[in-house]
Ligand binder design. Structure first.
Ligand SMILES: Nc1nc2c(c(=O)[nH]1)N[C@@H](CN(C=O)c1ccc(C(=O)N[C@@H](CCC(=O)O)C(=O)O)cc1)CN2
Length: 297
């Protein structure tokens, strides 16, 4: 029997833990604050930041939303980041990706104060993650670890294949899987657009994590019987419905669902965890900056 993993259910559990932490912080008059910055008119990005702001409201976090016209020069964004770095009511700063082409993404990430970098993308936080001393684990890969733990899926000694090498998912995911400790100790292969014989690699994997941004690229022929299949892809494809699009993952769900031991759907799989882990990191940032301890599992 294949387990269809319910990401909303797992995310709800984490949100409840976050709410308990905001209650603890409130006893010391600390209210975690998250600033989201959107410099884009992409519909998906607008949806994600409004979901993040709503999630803040629901868990006792103060949300501050900033929009910058995507035509503005990069300096406007850099100045805003500097203001947010200096604002003591803001514990976490998130610049929604992607930013416009004329803005250097790396410079954006480097300008965010690393103790407020709740995405975990600043080079200092990337270095800490690789060194095995993470401050903020990037939200989506951390969410995948939470899914595996919640479903009792062991990673130790298992063969894991990550398909995709993005800074947001692929690279940090592989780094987490090779760390010592729970959710790590996996023999990890990273595949990407130049990988030859991809199916040969994925077919040997106990755990396949698809994060390439290519709709339905992993099909049933590419996985082994009983494999865990985690679909990180969220692609909008044209559809004849009210919205004009539907969401599909990087995994062909129908072709993999019978063969997999466990599989995440899209939507309702990894996506909700991305938001939940952002709240988790925001509470952690508030705890670090205020010196008030919270119980974050
Ligand atoms: N600064 C960042 N930018 C981006 C990140 C990130 O972690 N930090 N990740 C992605 C997108 N993303 C968050 O921003 C994200 C994607 C999907 C979801 C989600 O909950 N998806 C739902 C479906 C939502 C819908 O209806 O469209 C699901 O899968 O069930 C949350 C966050 C890129 N940018």
């Amino acid at each position: 029997m294949t387990t269809i993993i319910d990401g909303n259910d797992i995310a709800d559990g984490i949100r409840a833990e976050v709410s308990a932490c905001t209650d603890t912080l409130a006893e010391s008059d600390v209210r975690p604050g998250l600033a989201t910055v959107l410099m884009s008119d992409d519909g998906a990005s607008e949806t994600y930041v409004s979901m993040k702001q709503r999630a803040c409201e629901e868990t006792g976090i103060a949300g501050f939303h900033h929009e910058i016209d995507p035509e503005e020069p990069a300096e406007v964004l850099f100045d805003r980041i500097e203001e947010l770095n200096a604002d003591p009511t803001v514990h976490g700063i998130l610049v929604q990706m992607p930013v416009p082409d004329h803005v250097d993404k790396r410079e954006v990430l480097e300008r965010i104060d690393p103790v407020k970098d709740v995405d975990g993308f600043h080079p200092e936080n990337v270095g800490r993650l690789v060194a095995g001393n993470a401050r903020f684990k990037p939200c989506t890969p951390h969410g995948v670890q939470k899914i595996l733990a919640a479903e009792g899926i062991e990673t130790e000694g298992k063969d894991a294949v990550v398909v995709g090498r993005s800074d947001i998912v692929g690279k940090p995911m592989a780094n987490l899987l090779v760390q010592y400790g729970e959710g790590g100790n996996a023999t990890t292969t990273v595949c990407h657009s130049r990988t030859q014989n991809l199916a040969e690699k994925t077919r040997n994997a106990d755990i396949v994590i698809a994060a390439a941004g290519v709709p339905e690229m992993i099909d049933g022929e590419m996985i082994q019987e009983g494999a865990t299949v985690i679909d990180v892809g969220i692609n909008r494809v044209d559809a004849d419905n009210e919205k004009g699009y539907e969401l599909v993952g990087d995994v062909n769900f129908d072709s993999c669902r019978e063969k997999a031991g466990a599989i995440t759907p899209v939507p309702g799989g990894v996506g909700p965890l991305t938001i939940a882990m952002l709240l988790y990191n925001t509470v952690k940032a508030a705890s670090i900056q205020s010196g008030v301890s919270v119980n974050l599992p």
